[in-house]
Design a protein around this ligand. Structure first.
Ligand code: SF4
Length: 254
């Protein structure tokens, strides 16, 4: 029974990952893809999906799994090397103590995630450049993209989300999000059966982003009352009608 459920979920995730990759031309012949692994369920699932697709794709591309060990106290540094060695995947662990930098700069009690994320992004972008990685793959999924849409609306007065593919401002880096169409609940169910060696994400002692948590709960409440609502919102990001919005820079109303 478990095998059947696992295969069904695996096929669904493979299909949605393949579709997102094709829709946004995420992977091209000869790409070297840096697969960012945090040790969370999403990044483990992303690596699995990319490995499956690599086997059956009509094009050749390389995968390099990369983890940034930020030196949080208690980080179990042996887990990813052991897992990736068993899997037979090329990998690299970058060691940089961003934990101390963040703790020294941000006053006690304030959230550290903003600075921590900026430092992490800089380190990963530099690594990609030094190792000639043409793409940087991140494990964000459908629900992350919908939550980001509401965060930007509620707190930034902007209608923008987290795109499946993004070029950095200087066009040196291309970020791809192969799980863009995959629902978090499916990834979670899959990760539970796959029994990934998940590394907890609260080692730094920082609070989860409270605003994102509130939006996640709002969306989950909506979903309970109207199943399918998160999927509809996600699809609406692919069906934009500028003439029925109010941005004069993208639609000329005269
Ligand atoms: S939870 Fe901790 S490790 Fe994660 S982004 Fe925030 S500060 Fe960084």
């Amino acid at each position: 029974m478990q095998d059947k459920a696992f295969n069904k979920l695996q096929n669904k995730l493979k299909h949605l990952t393949g579709k997102a990759i094709a829709d946004f031309n995420m992977i091209e012949e000869g790409d070297k893809i840096m697969v960012c692994l945090s040790g969370g369920k999403d990044s483990f699932a992303m690596l699995d999906m990319l490995l499956f697709l690599q086997k059956k794709a009509p094009i050749e591309f390389e995968l390099l799994a990369v983890n940034l060990d930020q030196k949080q106290p208690g980080f179990p540094e042996y887990i990813l090397p052991e897992y990736l060695t068993k899997l037979g995947v090329d990998f690299h662990i970058i060691e940089q103590d961003t934990y101390s930098i963040v703790k020294n700069i941000i006053p006690e009690g304030k959230t550290t995630c903003g600075l921590c994320s900026r430092l992490r992004r800089g380190i990963l972008y530099s690594f990609a450049e030094e190792h000639n990685c043409s793409k940087i793959a991140l494990g964000h999924h459908r629900d992350d993209r919908v939550e980001t849409l509401f965060l930007n609306m509620f707190f930034g007065s902007k209608l923008k989300s987290m795109p499946p593919k993004l070029f950095s401002d200087d066009r040196k880096h291309t970020v791809i999000r192969p799980l863009s169409y995959c629902a978090e609940k499916d990834i979670l169910a899959y990760a539970n059966i796959a029994n990934y060696p998940i590394i907890p994400c609260n080692l730094c002692g920082s609070q989860d982003n409270m605003q994102r948590q509130a939006i996640k709960m709002m969306l989950q409440d909506w979903e309970k009352i109207n199943p399918g609502r998160i999927e509809n919102i996600s699809r609406s990001l692919k069906n934009v009608v500028p003439s029925h919005l109010a941005d004069t820079t993208i639609y000329k109303f005269n």
